[in-house]
Design a protein around this ligand. Sequence first.
Ligand code: PMT
Length: 399
Amino acid sequence: MFNGKSILLGVSGGIAAYKAAELARSFIREGAGVQVVMTAGAQRFITPLTLQVLSEQPVATDLFDPGLESQIGHIQMARAAHLVVVAPATANVLAKAAAGLADDYLTTVLLATTAPVLFCPAMNTRMLEHPATRRSLETLRQLGYSVLEPDAGQLACGEEGAGRLPDPPVILEAACRLLTPPSLQGRRFLVSAGPTWEPLDPVRFITNPSSGKMGFALARMAARRGAEVTLVSGPSSLASPTGISTVRVRTALDMEQAVLEHARNMDAIIMTAAVGDYRPAHAASQKIKKSSDTMTIPLIRNPDILASLGKSRPHGVRQVLVGFAAETEHLIENAREKLIQKNLDFIVANNLGESGSGFGVDTNRVKIIDPTGAIEELPMLTKDEVAARILDRVESILS
Ligand code: PMT
């Protein structure tokens, strides 16, 4: 996510300061270099030594440190950063930054940097809701800073409410969005993901091993590029990605309804969902009991959501329609047939027989086929990388 990027991590003095250690590690794990700056308050909660060891760099704490400041270190740090993340950001730091005060290392760097800045407020709910804090946040947004809304839940002070520092993956995702060129700004994307559950009775259903990873990766990567994304997901254990409107469904019929409801104004629709082709003709209202040695369950066809999108493509506007084809044999022939039948701009053919590819894993190896018959073979990539390649193609069609 952050290969070659320098992140300046500002830590201010709230109880969530201890989470800065995990955050610094997460940035480093994703390829970033991390320079930590701590306020005096932060050092009462976590030692600079901890963050120095984790970030492998001296931590800046004192604006008048003769060692660090012999080269006017705060200006150099402000210049070197590709992104500044303040986590946790206390009410005090927010107020100082909003007022343009520069009375310690962190607030001085904040004034000196031209890099994007992400504030991650974390504090007691009442402090967060105080009009003075609200005003600070509003001012910061007007000044062009980004603010990540805190999570709600049980706070360290024992109260319930908004004010928790979001977990590192959420902060990393918000940070990554700030560093990604917004090439899909103003575009609307609909992505479907995951399996469907076709019920036999209240406790059993027919499904498949789709985890949702491929679709969630596409939704996340499109949002990173600035698109407004709606994700329609069948049952998946993956958490709803931040900043993406996620509609959870169970059956193919639910998915059809959700997709068709949102499809109209979309610039692009990408169907990665493994939609059940058939459903039991009748779902029993109570758990089916064992009776005979064999059992026959009549199935009926589910609607083909992608085919109906392909049939009713909007006139006069360019809507890009992308399908996936999960196959165990005759990959190219079967995928081509679906591409034509469903009237798609291109199809992503997925060989389920290949290890490291398809259901459940974090990687995928696909072939992209377009209506001219041209085939682009991608190597084994992470699902994020596959998503990026698919989005590059969608972008070039849209432009
Ligand atoms: O979720 P993961 O674990 O990350 O796995 C990813 C994946 C293997 C599910 C994904 O990469 C993939 O290949 N998705 C397509 C699965 C599939 O159902 O393919 P299909 O060949 O049966 O369907 C062709 C296309 O029509 C698909 O875009 C599908 O969403 C769509 N379809 C299918 C049936 C149906 N009733 N309605 C549909 O819209």
